[in-house]
Each structure stands twice: as structure tokens, then as C-alpha cells.
Write a protein that binds this ligand. Structure first.
Ligand SMILES: [Zn+2]
Length: 319
């Protein structure tokens, strides 16, 4: 282990304020440690393949997960802050978008949207990239970050989150690779939260956070998305976690799908129940979706399975 980087990562310049930051984070701002932990997670998933860190949605989402776990008493979850201020650490150099060089001289930490409009990403030292790419050195860095910046009980929480996220990622990769489209695939022996997270990752990856039924795509700069991963035939009944037994659905479509107000037809068209038109209901834009084609993944094997959809039309949909 290059002790130089171990030293640098355990001596980050952090905002210190006993009133603002609790003993969970040793009375220091946790932004930079959370960003570094998030980068380690993505590196473990092979998502960082060069010494260049992009402010991607996946990174923002990881950051938000850590943030939400520890919930500091104040301060907004905003990854723009550490992404910008990491420049003071020497191993991190922001790269602006073409023509935006001048903007970089200003503090662009108000939001991720603002940061992403100016910055392509951050270059890190090649030696540091080597360290985060290797399993052993990466986990040494993780342990050093956890031990330095977090209280003992919080360390356990954050480490468990990292391990579960990695397991869920590996499960999602297996789901995406499960080539036998006609075969159910699931691992009932896996803990439910790993399966749920893994299934969700696979579905989000395939649908890019777009609702299959209405096409809405809304994500916040803080890493939250309106879309959820839905089983067509519920896990409890099917034990089938193949993406072909799933749909990305916004909250409204998810509720409507699970309660039989909406379904998907034999030609992958949106079906809307006549119940939606009943006097008690005022289904608004749902009616405009009727007979429109759904938004489906490109790869044939991940397109929703008609057998699962047929089950939904028979058992759940209220014609
Ligand atoms: Zn929707």
C-alpha cells in the first residue's frame, strides 16, 4: 500500500463544527469520506476503468445511500460540495466541459445540476486509481476511511451497506446474464434485501429510470428516482427475478399495475381497465396511455415475458 495515499485519505481537510456534525462523524463533515466510499463501491463493480471519476447517477445514488444512513442533523445531501472541494486534496483535478473553463474558477457547489453543467469529471492520480482498482488495497482504503471518520457503530453500518450493495450488484449481474429467458431465475436462499436491491439494479439499468407504461423519467440531483422496480408476477408466487419478469414503473403506474388498473397486452400495448373510467375515478393522463406501446429494453431476452404478462392479465387486471 502506498502509505502516501493512506496518509492523504486519512488526513482530509474537513469542515469541523461540533454543533453541526454529531459524534457519529467525529464532529466533522462527512461529505468527502462519503464520496470516497462511493467511488470505492463503483470501482469494486468495475464501473471505474480509468483514473477519471464521472459525477454519474450511480455515484450520486451511492453517495445518497450513505448520507441517508447516517442522517447528519443538518445539511443537505449534495454531492456537488465534496466533488468540487476535493480539489484541495492534491490527488483530484476537475476537468471542465469545453468552453466552461472560466466557470470552474467559481464555486460551483450549489447543486449537482450546476456542477454537471460545468464539469466533465475529475482526474485522479494514476497511483490512486491502481489502489482503488485492486481488491486488497481498495478494502484497506475503505477500512482506513471508516476508522478515521466514523464512530464504531456507524462504521459497522456503513461497512454492511457496502457489502450488501456489492452482493446486490453481483446478483443483478447474474440476473442480467441469465440467458435462458424461458426459465425463472431467482435465489430464494439470498436475503430478501439483497434480492430486492439486485433486482432493482438490473431493472434500473435496463430501463434507464424510465417508466415502462407512461415513459416518465424524473431523477433528482440528490440521487432519487420516481421509478421503482416491479415484478410482473410477484416474487412470493413466482420466485422469478429475471428482468423479463419485471418492469420499471413510476409510483402511479406501479400502484395501478399492482391493483389491476393497468396491464400490458399481447402486442406490448398499454391496457387500461374499464374500472378506471368508473364514476368514482378520475384517472387523468392514464387514459391517454391506452393502446400506446410500452417502453421496453432493447435486448430481446429482457423484454417482458408474455407468460408473466398473461398471468397478470388473467389474475390481476380488471378488464
Ligand atoms: Zn408511469
Amino acid at each position: 500500500m502506498a502509505t502516501d495515499y493512506l496518509h492523504q485519505l486519512t488526513h482530509l481537510r474537513l469542515n469541523t463544527n461540533c454543533n453541526q456534525w454529531s459524534d457519529a462523524t467525529a464532529h466533522r463533515a462527512p461529505h468527502k469520506p462519503f464520496l470516497l466510499l462511493s467511488i470505492l463501491d463503483l470501482a469494486a463493480q468495475g464501473q471505474i476503468d480509468s483514473p477519471f471519476i464521472e459525477p454519474s447517477f450511480d455515484l450520486i445514488e451511492r453517495f445518497a445511500h450513505y448520507w441517508d444512513l447516517v442522517q447528519p442533523p443538518s445539511g443537505k445531501c449534495n454531492m456537488a460540495y465534496p466533488f468540487y472541494h476535493m480539489q484541495s486534496e492534491g490527488f483530484w483535478r476537475l476537468v471542465s466541459k469545453p468552453g466552461q473553463e472560466q466557470e470552474l474558477s467559481e464555486k460551483i457547489t450549489s447543486s449537482m445540476t450546476r456542477l454537471q453543467s460545468v464539469v466533465l469529471g475529475a482526474e485522479i492520480d494514476p497511483e490512486l486509481f491502481e489502489l482503488i482498482s485492486g481488491h486488497k488495497s481498495r478494502e484497506e482504503l475503505r477500512a482506513a476511511l471508516l476508522n478515521t471518520y466514523f464512530a464504531p457503530d456507524i462504521r459497522q453500518l456503513l461497512l454492511r451497506e457496502a457489502v450488501e450493495n456489492q452482493e446486490a450488484f453481483e446478483y443483478s449481474q447474474r440476473l442480467l446474464q441469465a440467458a435462458e429467458a424461458a426459465m425463472p431465475f431467482g435465489q430464494p436462499d439470498k436475503p430478501q434485501q439483497i434480492r430486492d436491491q439486485g433486482f432493482r439494479k438490473a431493472i434500473m439499468n435496463l430501463y434507464s429510470h424510465r417508466c415502462a407504461l407512461c415513459g416518465i423519467r424524473m431523477i433528482t440531483p440528490e440521487g432519487h428516482t420516481i421509478v421503482e422496480a416491479a415484478h410482473i408476477r410477484p416474487w412470493s408466487d413466482s420466485q422469478d427475478d429475471r428482468p423479463a419478469n419485471g418492469l420499471a414503473l413510476c409510483k402511479l403506474c406501479h400502484w395501478s399495475f399492482d391493483r389491476g388498473f393497468m396491464s400490458v397486452g399481447r402486442d406490448y400495448e398499454v391496457l387500461v381497465s374499464s374500472l378506471a373510467r368508473s364514476e368514482e375515478n378520475n384517472p387523468g393522463h392514464i387514459m391517454t396511455l391506452e393502446q400506446r406501446p410500452i417502453f421496453a429494453p432493447e435486448e430481446e431476452r429482457h423484454i417482458p415475458d408474455q407468460e408473466c404478462l398473461g398471468w397478470h392479465r388473467e389474475e390481476v387486471f380488471r378488464v
